[in-house]
Design a binder for this molecule. Structure first.
Ligand SMILES: O=C(O)CCC(=O)C(=O)O
Ligand SMILES: [Fe+2]
Length: 387
């Protein structure tokens, strides 16, 4: 079982290299999605907007609670992250993705690795390719940045470091508001009490071992080049994030769509970029932690004919030694425990193997529950049980 994030994909290597999409005048067949492969519809079918929440407003807690238990996604404004920090990070992404292909490939992610340049890992689950490229940072990007920008890497590292610090704080604030809206406090999560506020993304200091109790994080840069046939292409296929919380900054070009569940009224909803605003996703681990009360939002990215699009996801998770399971306060005779305990790296490995079946693969049925209970009792390792 992988104990560190960087080991999560060792047993499920993905070896698909990004292709240069910039100068293609026609959509190659390998990128042509058909309607039965979830190809985006020309128009979103659901028109109720995703909630926009003023974090400095008097009703923020209540609004966050409502958004998390209904949508699993919302946008925040007045969140305290300076626009200049977002702009500088966007600039890092633009600078990287506008490099020639052979330069970007110098930072290629290895097939079983987690950090570096490559296609979305979920590509291996689909018969067609996605119209995008990405760069993932877990631990320091310094080595990659030094290779790519031998004379300017410190400036880019500084921008990442600054971004990461701001996102770390915001992610903590948001997580406690989300949990607080359900009546959960720090006392209910033993691992959260000795949080040292450090993450695994340490741009200048090189890869760092996590301090005990620290949270983990990754930053994912995404680029969706302008596409000659956007209605038949897919930027990023529908998925949920394997995080507690994701904070997404999107450039001023729309593309993010979220799935609003619910029978006849459900459907895809575009999340319009708001200058300075940030999108917040409930991830699978928060879904588990809240015993299914907060749904992890299914989302995808569509592409544009004339415009490139950048998005930057801050993927926030628990410390890597912590096993996440439903908080006991949210478990009772009428709400039986829905999921077994998992660490973040274990869950990432499960996602790499089962993709959209990952949540159901850690779901408990009565027999599995009894078995899991026995396993936990016999488990003599020092992993922390949450909740
Ligand atoms: O580009 C977007 O809007 C979505 C990105 C995303 O879902 C991800 O990086 O997990
Ligand atoms: Fe995502």
């Amino acid at each position: 079982m992988p104990s560190k994030l960087a080991d999560a994909f060792r047993s499920h290597p993905v070896d698909i290299q990004p292709k240069n999409l910039h100068d293609l005048k026609e959509l190659p067949d390998s990128y042509r999605w058909s309607a039965d492969q979830d190809r985006p519809e020309p128009e979103p079918v659901h028109h109720e907007p995703v909630p926009v929440i003023d974090l400095s407003g008097p009703n923020a807690l209540e609004e966050i609670g409502h958004a998390c238990t209904t949508w699993g996604v919302f946008q925040v404004v007045n969140h305290g992250v300076p626009a200049a920090v977002l702009d500088r990070m966007e600039d890092v992404a633009k600078s990287f993705f506008s490099l020639p292909a052979h330069q970007k490939l110098k930072a290629a992610r290895s097939p079983d690795g987690i950090s570096g340049y490559g296609l979305a890992r979920i590509s291996s689950f689909f018969p067609k390719l996605m119209w995008s490229e990405g760069f993932t940072m877990v631990g320091s990007p310094l080595e990659h940045f030094h290779t790519i920008w031998p004379h300017h890497y410190t400036r880019f590292c500084d921008s990442v470091e600054e971004y990461e610090k701001q996102m770390q704080n915001l992610a903590q604030t948001l997580m406690w508001l989300m949990l607080g809206s359900l009546g959960i406090t720090k006392e209910d999560l033993n691992w959260a009490n000795n949080n040292s506020n450090s993450t695994t993304t340490t741009p200048r200091g090189g890869p760092k071992e996590e301090a005990a109790g620290s949270t983990s994080a990754a930053i994912q840069l995404n680029h969706y080049p302008a596409c000659p046939d956007p209605d038949r292409a897919m930027g990023l296929a529908p998925h949920t994030d394997s995080t507690l919380v994701t904070i997404l900054h999107q450039s001023n070009t729309s593309g993010l769509q979220v799935l609003r569940a619910g029978g006849g009224t459900g459907g895809w909803v575009t999340v319009p970029p708001i200058r300075g605003g940030l999108v917040v996703h409930v991830g699978d681990l928060l879904h588990i932690l809240t015993n299914g009360l907060c749904p992890s939002v299914v989302h995808r990215a569509v592409v544009n004919r004339d415009r490139n699009r950048i998005s930057i996801a801050y993927l926030h998770g628990p410390p890597s030694n912590v096993r996440i399971s439903p908080v006991q306060k949210l478990v009772g005779p009428s709400q039986p425990q829905m999921y077994r305990a998992v660490t973040w790296s274990e869950y990432l490995g499960t996602k790499a193997k089962h993709f959209d079946k990952a949540l159901s693969s850690v779901r408990l049925c009565a027999a599995a529950e009894a078995k899991d209970h026995n396993n936990n009792n016999n488990n003599n390792n020092n992993e922390v049980q949450v909740g």
